[in-house]
Design a protein around this ligand. Structure first.
Ligand SMILES: *[C@@H]1O[C@H](CO)[C@@H](O)[C@H](O)[C@H]1NC(C)=O
Ligand SMILES: *[C@@H]1O[C@H](CO)[C@@H](O)[C@H](O)[C@H]1NC(C)=O
Length: 675
């Protein structure tokens, strides 16, 4: 498993204490494990030999956790840092020199690193500590003048490349793009070549789900290109290609995307994929008004260099090529014609217009989001009822069994395509590990009657993507501390969910609403409050989000965006609480269906009033709510929410003959009263 659902910005280094014991045991084992040491050393030695054999010998080689498309989750074929270091965490960057081997990673992974890497060869650089030097600082202070630092330019975005290059140049050092990946070469040499890059079947997504044909999208993108004086738009992010063409794939787990590049010019569309397009895809593109040439994915850089030459010879000098600054350094170089032109082309390297287009969901996508949340609500509610039944009747259910059962319930729902990330089923102290992922090997944790149980999961449906967290006490008898924390987190979720705010403010403005009730008593949570979500695409979608730290490319909040609303509280070694809903941003006027609409006195001097409509439909655990801590507004908000859950899901359960589930839901959604 690669990455989980909560966006972390700063880290809970305390979390590692819970694992300290297992790590000591494991270390004792790996010290004895000379086979493991031999293998780790062999890998490093092979890489170092390749570094020394470059045209200009490399003093250091950087191996980030990245693919050529800046994907958040990567496929096994791109897991190079994992292979060279043995460390399997989802984040981290390795640096190898002739005498040192280091991995920079954050506090989520310190323990895991120490368990997995050979510590006689590898050094952990604790990125979350302020006195740990950055990679840039470390390189410039440890290498000598004239040193060459190598990177596969496919694994660095231009945004990452430029500052490192500037820093190295200042110290008289060089950043060298090494086109062939040296880890892949080392793997091949050692008879352990990288796995094959997936080229799974590409499926069309009809306009019934997308609301806008690929032809319309391309026409709109071409208009933006005219405004920017761009001769070509190069799309490198996999979700952007999938979105533009209304196609989906399964090359990366949990993300319905396929390895590809897309180049749009005023007169052509070129798609670069591993395999030929199927007749079904061809027919879909025809229907959607797209005429497109398909090329092998390996040809994209040659194609870009040829395009650069042509533009340089025949262009008017006023038009440029448009790329996202998140595009790889390799693609930027090819598009500028760096190795083939005396004067490389200027590029427009800024946020992609596709990212901004897919950020605002159209009416069909929004309706799909609402509909899939109804079906997802049915599945999650059924799971929660099932789980209580099991525990009440004394059966032992492990965290993994609960996660697997949830998948079964989701599979009963129409248009379900798979999970949107790996389920986080945190019972008891595991709930406090924000990115917890139980191992399927070894002893599995049973969910105990006295556990708080945090369940964070999501589904991919053809009409939308879900991401929900609910926390429950299995014996319905939380301690006062658990109840109070549960209620404070819920108050935060309500304060954010019911907030009104001016159109165009950036997401970080809203962050403190969700923390208010915790901050009042000196509590907090070490992750962001909300992330964007793709439409049957990535469960984390930029460029907006809600965190104390502004998202650099957040264009300001607008109606039609989908965000998560997920405050939490984590008591390390004890329990974790998170309440997560997905919400859509709506325009609010006095007549809107919004709990604060009637009280509006103005519209922020014409800027427009925005608020949220909550999409997620699963009850909160009432036994964990301290009603005395709720204001009248909060109490009526919750009662109205629960009524809506029952009114929406109830008839479906009834129609399907799921009478026991219906009875459970009725009880869970009954109004709360003050004592
Ligand atoms: C993937 O590529 C292989 C050849 O490498 C080919 O045989 C296979 O049909 C391709 N799969 C798809 C779904 O196109
Ligand atoms: C559940 O597990 C406990 C040990 O953790 C064991 O004593 C008990 O018998 C198990 N119960 C069932 C119903 O299997």
């Amino acid at each position: 498993m690669l990455q989980k659902c909560v966006l972390i910005f700063s880290v809970f280094s305390l979390v590692v204490r819970t694992h300290a014991r297992t790590h000591e045991d494991k270390n004792a084992l790996s010290a004895l494990d000379t086979g493991f040491h031999k293998m780790s050393l062999q890998r490093l030695t092979a890489l170092r030999a390749l570094m020394a054999n470059q045209p200009k010998a490399l003093s250091a080689y950087i191996i980030p956790t990245a693919d050529a498309h800046n994907s958040e989750y990567i496929a096994p074929v791109d897991a190079r840092r994992e292979w060279i270091s043995g460390f399997t965490g989802s984040a981290g960057t390795a640096v190898v020199t002739s005498s040192a081997a280091l991995v920079w990673t954050d506090g989520r992974y310190y323990t895991q690193f120490e368990k997995e890497a050979d510590l006689t060869l590898w050094t952990l650089m604790k990125q979350s500590l302020t006195d740990t030097p950055s990679i840039e600082k470390w390189l410039t202070s440890h290498l000598s003048e004239g040193a060459a630092v190598g990177v596969d330019p496919h694994t660095f975005t231009r945004d990452e490349w430029t500052p490192l290059q500037t820093a190295l140049t200042k110290h008289n050092m060089h950043l060298i793009p090494v086109a062939k990946n040296l880890v892949d070469e080392a793997r091949t040499q050692l008879g352990d070549p990288p796995p094959k890059r997936p080229n799974n079947t590409i499926i069309p997504l009809s306009v019934k789900y997308t609301g806008k044909t690929a032809g319309q999208k391309i026409t709109e993108l071409r208009q933006k290109m005219v405004e920017k004086k761009a001769s070509a738009l190069v799309i490198t992010a996999l979700d952007e290609v999938a979105y533009t063409l209304n196609l989906r794939g399964s090359d990366i787990q949990y993300n319905p995307v396929f390895f590809s590049y897309l180049i749009i010019t005023p007169t052509s569309v070129a798609l670069f994929t591993a395999s030929d397009l199927t007749p079904a895809v061809r027919e879909h593109l025809d229907e959607e008004g797209v005429t497109l040439q398909r090329y092998p994915i390996a040809d994209v850089e040659t194609h870009l260099r040829d395009m650069a030459k042509e533009l340089s010879e025949k262009g008017d000098g006023k038009h440029s090529i448009w790329l996202s600054s998140d595009g790889s350094e390799a693609i930027h170089r090819a598009a500028a014609g760096l190795d083939v032109l005396k004067t490389p082309l200027n590029l427009i390297s800024e946020i992609s217009p596709v990212a901004l287009m897919k950020l605002i969901k159209n009416d069909v996508e929004l309706e799909g989001f609402r509909q899939c949340h109804i079906r997802d609500g049915v599945a999650v509610s059924r799971l929660l009822k099932w789980l209580h039944d099991q525990i009440d009747s004394g059966r032992n259910i492990t965290e993994i069994q609960a996660a697997d059962k949830l998948l079964e319930f989701r599979k009963d729902e129409a248009d379900f395509m798979g999970p949107s990330f790996e389920t986080i089923p945190g019972a008891g102290a595991n709930g406090a590990i924000i990115h917890y992922s139980p191992s399927r090997n070894g002893v599995q944790k049973t969910i105990e009657r006295n556990d708080m149980f945090l369940l964070d999961s999501g589904g991919q449906y053809k009409d939308g993507t879900t991401d929900i967290t609910r926390t429950r006490h299995m014996a319905r008898a939380p301690t006062d501390e658990e109840k109070s924390a549960f209620t404070r987190v819920l108050k935060g979720q309500i304060m954010m969910g019911s907030a009104l705010f001016p159109k165009g403010v950036k997401g970080n403005v809203l962050d403190s609403f969700a923390r208010h009730s915790l901050w009042e008593v000196g509590l907090d949570y070490a992750h962001g409050t909300g992330h964007g979500v793709g439409h049957f695409l990535n469960v984390h979608e930029g460029p907006s989000g809600i965190s104390w730290r502004p998202y650099p490319h957040d264009p300001g909040l607008k109606p039609g965006q989908i965000l998560s609303n997920e405050p939490g509280y984590y008591k390390v070694g004890d329990f974790g609480i998170r309440h997560e809903d997905l919400v859509e941003i709506i325009l609010v006027t006095k007549d809107s269906k919004h709990p604060k609409a009637k009280g509006l006195l103005g519209d922020y001097d014409g800027r427009g009033v925005l608020g949220f409509n909550t999409l997620t439909l699963v009850p909160h655990h009432k036994d964990c709510i301290d009603v005395d801590m709720l204001s009248d507004f909060e109490l009526s908000y919750l009662n109205a929410y629960h009524k809506r859950v029952l009114d929406t899901l109830g008839p479906i359960l009834k129609q399907r003959g799921l009478n026991e589930d219906l009875a459970w839901l009725q009880q869970e959604c009954a109004p709360m009263l003050r004592a």
